[in-house]
Design a protein around this ligand. Structure first.
Ligand SMILES: CC(C)(COP(=O)(O)OP(=O)(O)OC[C@H]1O[C@@H](n2cnc3c(N)ncnc32)[C@H](O)[C@@H]1OP(=O)(O)O)[C@@H](O)C(=O)NCCC(=O)NCCS
Length: 173
């Protein structure tokens, strides 16, 4: 498997990955994650180095995608992770893990202090995420509780605390 940065020719493949990975709100509709990625890409929150795809060597069909976009913690720069999606037929083969490790390393190399996400508490701790509340990072919605997780990076300092805000397209879902 190869993990690499998104290229212009990947946009349709990324839509296909999230269409297959996430449930649609109604029959005939596409999952909200599909429009979210497109809206993020068109926003100033987009960081091209942090939109990564997974594929097989010599095969352009994408099997997974992850993206981190600019967010904030009490007005300081941070990243929000998501969506992360893997084609259903390719799940549980390490693709999601490969994308997670790669995007966290890329975020670290760009000197962002922390990556924050809303996700399953059984999946993300293996990548160093912990409840964001332990770091004093406050979710926009208090009901998120332990699903709201944060991964400090090398540039993290413990004054990165306060209210977290995702990029605007997340709030327009
Ligand atoms: C979540 C997802 C990206 C994981 O990708 P993947 O390639 O299957 O992940 P990996 O192969 O690296 O890891 C598989 C492990 O993740 C765990 N896992 C996967 N989804 C999980 C979930 N929702 N909750 C808890 N654990 C989960 C499993 O325990 C599995 O381990 P096992 O095979 O030993 O049981 C993929 O299942 C997916 O696209 N799901 C649909 C979209 C989605 O829910 N995205 C995440 C939004 S928070």
């Amino acid at each position: 498997m190869i993990v690499r940065r998104e290229e212009p020719a990947d946009i349709e493949g990324i839509r296909a990955v999230h269409t297959a990975a996430f449930p649609a709100p109604d029959e005939g509709q596409v999952p909200v994650e599909v429009g979210l990625v497109d809206a993020l890409r068109a926003s100033d929150a987009w960081v091209p180095a942090l939109s990564l795809v997974a594929c097989e060597p010599g095969n352009d069909q994408l099997i997974g995608h992850v993206v981190c976009t600019r967010a904030s913690v009490a007005g300081r720069p941070a990243l929000g992770l998501g969506p992360l999606g893997v084609l259903p037929g390719r799940q549980r083969q390490g693709v999601g893990s490969a994308l997670m490790h790669a995007v966290l390393a890329a975020a670290d190399a760009l000197d962002f202090p922390v990556v924050v996400l809303l996700g399953h508490p059984g999946y993300y701790p293996r990548f160093g995420f912990r409840p964001a509340a332990e770091l004093g990072i406050v979710p926009p919605d208090p009901s998120w509780r332990e699903a709201f997780q944060a991964r400090p990076l090398a540039a993290y300092t413990d004054d990165v605390q306060g209210e977290f805000a995702y990029a605007a397209p997340f709030t327009e879902l």
